[in-house]
Design a protein around this ligand. Structure first.
Ligand code: DLL
Length: 433
């Protein structure tokens, strides 16, 4: 069985890999200096020129990019290629300030799909497999990324997108899907639904490629037992292409970072100091092959640990741990990125006071989102019908902003406990890390 999708790269000796990274980094910095005035200005402000960058060892001289830069430069300010060469965007949910719109040339898409193909091959995928992709298609990167990777491996690809569980199970059993790609929470939900429908015996699944949100080892064991497959983690973010920045091999001991495309660093999120492998800190990536949306030293806000110990799978690329939290307040609910400030904006736009609490939990492996909002005394004196209409309006406005459904509960004025220091806006009861 084929173990690697691109063996010469995936098992490249580390010294050679570092030389390749250096060569690509030097070229990329020169190109970005010429093509992206926004980043050039950041370099000038830091007193760095492309001549100062001679290899990976000079990486830390370069300025960071963050979500704030993406906002400032929205939508076209970070383009590294003329629009005429860009063929696609992908995006995350959110308002202008929070939404990430990433651009791709055909070459970018090609390399991104290679990364996903590596992940599928590492999970045992070959051209004999039937690969069911139930990540969302459309703006979200999950569906398109794994779809492309699955094609490259030569699997028969079922582009299901998310939702419609009954239909998912029917295709899965009728067509004998062997690989399942979706969020871990949807995998757990599919497992329960299969059991309820008495379809467990008809499943032919052997591997699952699950990511886009945090999941625990307990959840892995539970899904593996119920669906009769081996579950592999996959990591990525829209800014860097999407899924496939890193992926797990059969060892299930951390995710190999595709280091021929992405140089990883871990920094102290407060001092911004680069930390040695093995330390816990914020993950920073430099994309050295991306053309249309060239992220240099992009701060992911994901907290994790890098591990350069050799792996018995034969891949030489370093591994990242599962993300262990975030250095900002972003929540991932049912695979969707949600910032508390988005919820606050909706409440204020709907004329509600800013006393609210966001409650997140996981019930039967599905994330729940409840928003408790204090009524003003005027609303409080309304009829029950008027209050439930207001609740419905808020549910709709939140859905329009976030792309997911929240339950809204209007509560009596002054009933949400006031804290003495910073308001506690978010109570996340999920045990994710
Ligand atoms: O979630 C890309 C993706 C799609 C990854 C499908 C894997 C599978 P975004 O919507 O931009 O992109 O969200 C990126 O999700 O910064 C992490 O906080 C989180 N995340 C992604 N993968 C994992 C994972 C996609 N395996 C943000 N474990 C990232 C934990 C993850 N968190």
């Amino acid at each position: 069985m084929k173990r690697y999708y691109q063996p010469e790269i995936e098992t490249m000796p580390r010294e050679q890999l570092r030389a390749l990274q250096s060569e690509r980094l030097v070229k990329q910095v020169k190109r970005v200096w010429d093509a992206v005035p926004y980043y050039r200005k950041k370099m000038e402000d830091k007193g760095v020129t492309p001549e100062d960058i001679r290899g990976v060892e000079d990486l830390s001289k370069l300025p960071f990019l963050s979500k704030a830069d993406l906002r400032d430069a929205y939508p076209y300010g970070l383009l590294g290629k003329p629009l005429s060469e860009c063929v696609r965007i992908q995006s995350t949910s959110g308002t202008t300030g929070r939404r990430v719109v990433a651009f791709y040339t055909q070459h970018d898409i090609d390399l991104w799909e290679d990364c996903c193909a590596r992940a599928i091959t590492a999970a045992g995928g070959t051209d004999e497999d039937v690969c069911q992709v139930c990540y969302g298609y459309g703006l979200f990167t999950g569906g398109p990324g794994l779809n492309g990777g699955s094609h490259k491996v030569g699997c028969l690809t079922l582009p299901m997108s998310s939702g419609n569980t009954e239909r998912q199970l029917q295709f899965m059993t009728d067509l004998g899907a062997t690989i399942l790609c979706c969020t871990p929470s949807y995998a757990a939900y599919l497992a329960e639904s299969a059991i309820e429908a008495g379809m467990q015996d008809k499943l032919k699944l052997k591997a699952g490629i699950f990511g886009a949100e945090a999941w625990t080892e307990e959840m892995r064991h539970d899904i593996e037992a119920k669906l009769g497959l081996k579950a592999f983690d996959i990591y990525g973010l829209t800014e860097l292409s999407g899924p496939g920045v890193a992926f797990e091999c059969e060892e299930q001991g951390g995710m190999h970072i595709n280091e021929d495309h992405f140089i990883a660093e871990v920094i102290d999120p407060v001092t911004e100091e680069v930390l040695p492998y093995g330390s816990k800190g914020e993950l920073v990536f430099t994309a050295i092959t991306k053309e249309a949306f060239p992220m240099i030293r992009y701060r992911t806000r994901d907290i994790c640990v890098l591990n350069d110990a050799p792996c018995s799978c034969g891949r030489t690329h370093i591994r990242m741990s599962k993300p262990m939290g975030r250095s900002d307040d972003m929540l991932i609910i049912r695979g969707v990125n949600v910032f508390p400030s988005q919820i606050e904006t909706v409440l204020l736009n709907q004329g509600m006071p800013a006393n609210y609490q966001i409650l997140v939990d996981r019930v039967n492996n599905t994330d729940t989102l409840d928003v408790e909002v204090e009524m003003t005394s005027e609303i409080f004196s309304d009829t029950v019908a008027a209050i439930s209409k207001k609740e419905n309006d808020l549910v709709n406005a939140l859905r329009a902003m976030l792309g997911i459904t929240a339950r809204v509960h209007l509560v009596a004025p002054k009933s949400i406990t006031r804290s003495e220091g910073k308001a506690v806006r978010v109570i996340d009861k999920r045990k994710l890390y």
